[in-house]
Design a protein around this ligand. Structure first.
Ligand code: BGC
Length: 713
C-alpha cells in the first residue's frame, strides 16, 4: 500500500481548509446597539496569526493591496478566496463590470439588481432610529444576495457646508443625530453578516479637489463635532473604517500615524480593519507605519513594500500586523465561506417597502401657506411641470444605485390624481396661469468628486420666480442632496416639499404626501441658510477657485494643496447660526405636519445630579389637530455659565412618536452626566463642568416648547 506523504506545506494547507470549513455561520449577536461577530476578535486573531505564519513575504505584500478594484486578494496556495466589497449610501451599488484605464473588470457573480434606497440625508431626516436599522438590514440582505461581504458605508462626514457634493451620502450637521442613526445602521447591517465600513475618516467635508484639501481642525472640534458619529459606529461594533482622500492638519489621512494610530485606534478605540479610500495614498513607508491595513484598489503606495522590508526601513512584523487585521475581520464575519445567498432575493419586496417608508418619513414639508397641502378637492386642475418628472433624481458617484421597479413623479402623481393631473414639462404661461395648483419639480445633481454652488443656476431660479409670479398656488418639490438657496422665492410659493433623493419609489411618497394619504413628518438634519455668505464654511475654496463638474483625477493631482481652516471650531450648523445671531431660512430640526402638536408637563426625575446618576426627562405631546401624525421631539441642553465657549444649545436626545388626533403621548428621554461634557484640551478627555444647565425641549432647534433648569454637582 502506498503511504500518503504529508509535507509540512500540505499539512498546513489541510489545517487552513479545516478551519475555514468549521467556521460556518453561527449566531451574530445584536443586543440593542451592540454587535458581536460570530467569531470573536480574540479567536479570529489566533486564526489570522496562524495563517500569517504560513504566508511568504510576497503573499503578505500582495494581500495588503486589493484586486480587481473591489476585491481583496486571494491566496490560492492557502485556499483563501477573494472577498468582494461594494459601495453603499443609496442602497448597494451593483457593478457587473467596471472600466478603469482600459481594463474591463467583469464581476459575473453578482446580482443584476439592488433596491435604490433614499439617500442617507433623507434617512437622517426621518429621525427614526429603528428605521435606520431596518434600512441598513435590508441593504445588508441585498449584499448577502450578491455575495458581497464588505459594504463601503455608511458615510458620516458632518455637513459643514451646503455646497459639498457628497452631503447626500451623510447624516447632516449634528453629531448627536448622526451618531444615533449610524449606530442603528451599523447593527442593522452587520446583523446580516455584512461588514460596515465607516467613512471617510477624517475631516472630508468638501469634495472640491478633495485630494488637495488640507482640513485644519483643532482638537476640541475633532472630538466634539467630527468624530462622535465614528465613535458611535465603533461602539456599535463596526468592523471597518475607510480613511479619506484629504489631508488633516498637514498629513494625508490614509497614511497618517496621528490620524490612524493615535486618533482612530488610540483615542477612539477602533480595533478592526482600516482601509484606504480608492487611490488616495502615495507613500508606502508612511502608510505601513500609520496603522493602515488595506490599500485599495491595489498597491500604489505599498508597491515598494518589498524593498522597504529588505532595506530595514519597515519591519516584516509591520506587514504581518496589516495582514492579520484584514484576515481577522473576514474570518470573524465568515466572509471566506460567503456564497451568493439567493434566498435573500425573496426579501426584495420587503426592502422596497422599507425604502418607501423611509421616503414617507424623511421628506420635509418646509412651507404650507394657507394649508394649500394636502390637495384633497377632486375638482382641482393640477399642473405638473419642471424637472425629474420621468426620471429618478439621485446623487452621483460611488453611491449611485440604479434600482428597479422605478416609479417617477409623473406616474406617482397620476396614480393619486388621475385625470385631474396634467403633465407638461415646459408649461406655457397660459397653462401655468389657468391651473388651480402647479406642482413644480426642481433639483440639483449632487455628485461625489466636486462641489456645487448653493445658488441655483440663474435659468432655474428665474423659472421658479416666473412660475410663482404666474400662479401663487405653486408647490415646489426640491430634489437635492443638500441645502439650496431659496431666499428669493420661498415666500412667493404656496408650499415647499424637500424631497431629497428618494430612491426608486420615493416619488410615491411625494405623491402620497401631496394627496394627504401620508402626513409628512420629516425634519431637517441641517440648517438651510439664507445666503451662502452666512455659512460657517464660507470662504473655504481657494481665492479665485471655480466650480467644475466631471471626474478629473489627473487634473486634480496637479492642483496645489490648499488649506481649509475650520475657523468656526465647534460652531458648526445651528451652533454657528445661533452663536452669531444669524437667522437661517429654515432651522435645524424643522419640518411641518398636517396636524398640530402641543407640548406640556415637563418633569425631571431629579433637579440636581451627580456623576453616577441618570435623569429622566419626561413630558407630553398632544395632537391637537384632526389628523394622525408623527412628531419628533428634540431635547437640547444649554450651559448657563461655562469656563469655555459653548454652543447656545446642543442636541442630546430625540424621540419620534405617532399620535392620534386628541391623544396625548408621554415621552421620556434619559440624560447622563457625560451628555453635558465638552472636550477638555488640557485634560485630553471629556469633562463635565458642574453648574447649572437649561433643559430645552423643542419641535425644532429654534422652537423651544418647554424648558427648566438642572444643577450638576
Ligand atoms: C469614494 C468612496 C468609495 C470608493 C470605492 C471613492 O471614490 O470616495 O466613498 O467607497 O471610491 O468606490
Amino acid at each position: 500500500m502506498q503511504r500518503i506523504r504529508f509535507t509540512p506545506e500540505k499539512l498546513l494547507y489541510i489545517i487552513v481548509l479545516f478551519f475555514l470549513s468549521c467556521n460556518t455561520e453561527t449566531e451574530m449577536k445584536k443586543q440593542g446597539n451592540d454587535f458581536s461577530p460570530p467569531v470573536s476578535f480574540n479567536r479570529a486573531t489566533v486564526w489570522a496569526d496562524s495563517i500569517v505564519k504560513l504566508m511568504t513575504l510576497d503573499e503578505k505584500i500582495t494581500f495588503i493591496g486589493g484586486d480587481r478594484v473591489f476585491f481583496t486578494n486571494p491566496i490560492p496556495r492557502l485556499n483563501i478566496p477573494a472577498v468582494m466589497m461594494a459601495d453603499a449610501t443609496m442602497g448597494v451599488h451593483i457593478r457587473n463590470n467596471f472600466d478603469y484605464q482600459g481594463h474591463n473588470y467583469l464581476y459575473d457573480t453578482v446580482l443584476h439588481k439592488s433596491t435604490a434606497f433614499p439617500a442617507s440625508i433623507l434617512l437622517a431626516s426621518t429621525w427614526n432610529k429603528s428605521l435606520a436599522g431596518e434600512y441598513a438590514q435590508s441593504i445588508g440582505e441585498e449584499c448577502r444576495a450578491a455575495g458581497i461581504s464588505v459594504l463601503l458605508g455608511p458615510g458620516m462626514n458632518i455637513y459643514r457646508i451646503s455646497q459639498c457634493g457628497r452631503n447626500f451620502e451623510y447624516f447632516g450637521e449634528d453629531p448627536y443625530l448622526a451618531s444615533r442613526m449610524v449606530e442603528n445602521y451599523v447593527t442593522g447591517l452587520q446583523s446580516t453578516g455584512t461588514i460596515a465600513t465607516l467613512k471617510h475618516f477624517m475631516g472630508n467635508n468638501t469634495d472640491y479637489f478633495r485630494r488637495k484639501s488640507n482640513s485644519i481642525i483643532d482638537e476640541r472640534t475633532i472630538h466634539e463635532i467630527y468624530t462622535p458619529a465614528f465613535k458611535a459606529g465603533i461602539n456599535a461594533g463596526a468592523m471597518a473604517v475607510m480613511t479619506s482622500y484629504n489631508l488633516l492638519n498637514g498629513e494625508y489621512c490614509g497614511q497618517s500615524e496621528s490620524v490612524i494610530n493615535n486618533l482612530l485606534r488610540g483615542q477612539l478605540g477602533f480595533k478592526w480593519m482600516v482601509v484606504t479610500d480608492w487611490w488616495s495614498v502615495n507613500d508606502g513607508e508612511k502608510l505601513i507605519k500609520s496603522g493602515q491595513d488595506l490599500e485599495m484598489p491595489w498597491r500604489i503606495a505599498t508597491r515598494d513594500a518589498d524593498s522597504l522590508v529588505h532595506n530595514g526601513i519597515v519591519k516584516e512584523k509591520n506587514i504581518d500586523r496589516m495582514v492579520t487585521s484584514i484576515l481577522r475581520i473576514l474570518y470573524a464575519m465568515n466572509a471566506f465561506s460567503r456564497k451568493q445567498e439567493k434566498g435573500y432575493l425573496e426579501k426584495f419586496s420587503e426592502h422596497e417597502k422599507v425604502a418607501l417608508q423611509t421616503a414617507r418619513e424623511g421628506i420635509v414639508l418646509l412651507r404650507n401657506e394657507n394649508k394649500i397641502l394636502p390637495i384633497e378637492l377632486p375638482q382641482k386642475k393640477i399642473l405638473l411641470t419642471g424637472e425629474y418628472l420621468d426620471t429618478i433624481a439621485g446623487g452621483g458617484g460611488a453611491a449611485e444605485v440604479e434600482g428597479y421597479n422605478h416609479i417617477a413623479l409623473s406616474g406617482a402623481l397620476k396614480k393619486e390624481f388621475g385625470e385631474q393631473l396634467k403633465i407638461v414639462k415646459h408649461a406655457s404661461d397660459a397653462e401655468i396661469r389657468s391651473a388651480s395648483i402647479v406642482i413644480l419639480s426642481i433639483g440639483t445633481k449632487d455628485h461625489e468628486g466636486w462641489d456645487r454652488p448653493f445658488d441655483l443656476p440663474a435659468e432655474l431660479e428665474n423659472r421658479i420666480l416666473k412660475v410663482a409670479g404666474l400662479n401663487s398656488n405653486t408647490i415646489v418639490i426640491v430634489n437635492s442632496g443638500s441645502g439650496i438657496n431659496m431666499s428669493q422665492w420661498y415666500n412667493k410659493v404656496g408650499a415647499i416639499l424637500y424631497a431629497w433623493y428618494g430612491g426608486q419609489n420615493g416619488a410615491t411618497a411625494v405623491a402620497e404626501i401631496i394627496s394627504g394619504k401620508v402626513n409628512p413628518s420629516g425634519k431637517l438634519p441641517i440648517t438651510i441658510e439664507k445666503d451662502f455668505k452666512d455659512s460657517p464654511g464660507y470662504g473655504y475654496m481657494p481665492q479665485g477657485a471655480q466650480f467644475y463638474a466631471g471626474w478629473n483625477d489627473s487634473g486634480e493631482r496637479k492642483q496645489p494643496i490648499y488649506d481649509v481652516v475650520y475657523k468656526e471650531g465647534i460652531f458648526v450648523g445651528y451652533r454657528w447660526y445661533e452663536k452669531n445671531n444669524i437667522e437661517p431660512l429654515y432651522p435645524f430640526g424643522f419640518g411641518l405636519s398636517y396636524t398640530d402638536f402641543k407640548y406640556s408637563n415637563l418633569k425631571l426625575s431629579k433637579n440636581i445630579f451627580g456623576e453616577a446618576d441618570e435623569i429622566v426627562v419626561s413630558f407630553e405631546i398632544t395632537n391637537i389637530g384632526k389628523r394622525v401624525g408623527a412628531e419628533t421631539a428634540q431635547l437640547y441642553i444649554q450651559d448657563i455659565k461655562s469656563s469655555v465657549p459653548r454652543p447656545v444649545k446642543e442636541l442630546k436626545g430625540f424621540e419620534k412618536a405617532i399620535i392620534n388626533p386628541g391623544e396625548s403621548k408621554a415621552i421620556s428621554m434619559i440624560l447622563k452626566y457625560k451628555d453635558f461634557a465638552y472636550w477638555d484640551t488640557t485634560k485630553k478627555s471629556w469633562y463635565t463642568e458642574p453648574g447649572k444647565f437649561n433643559i430645552l425641549v423643542g419641535s425644532s432647534s429654534s422652537k423651544i416648547e418647554l424648558s427648566c433648569d438642572i444643577g450638576l454637582e
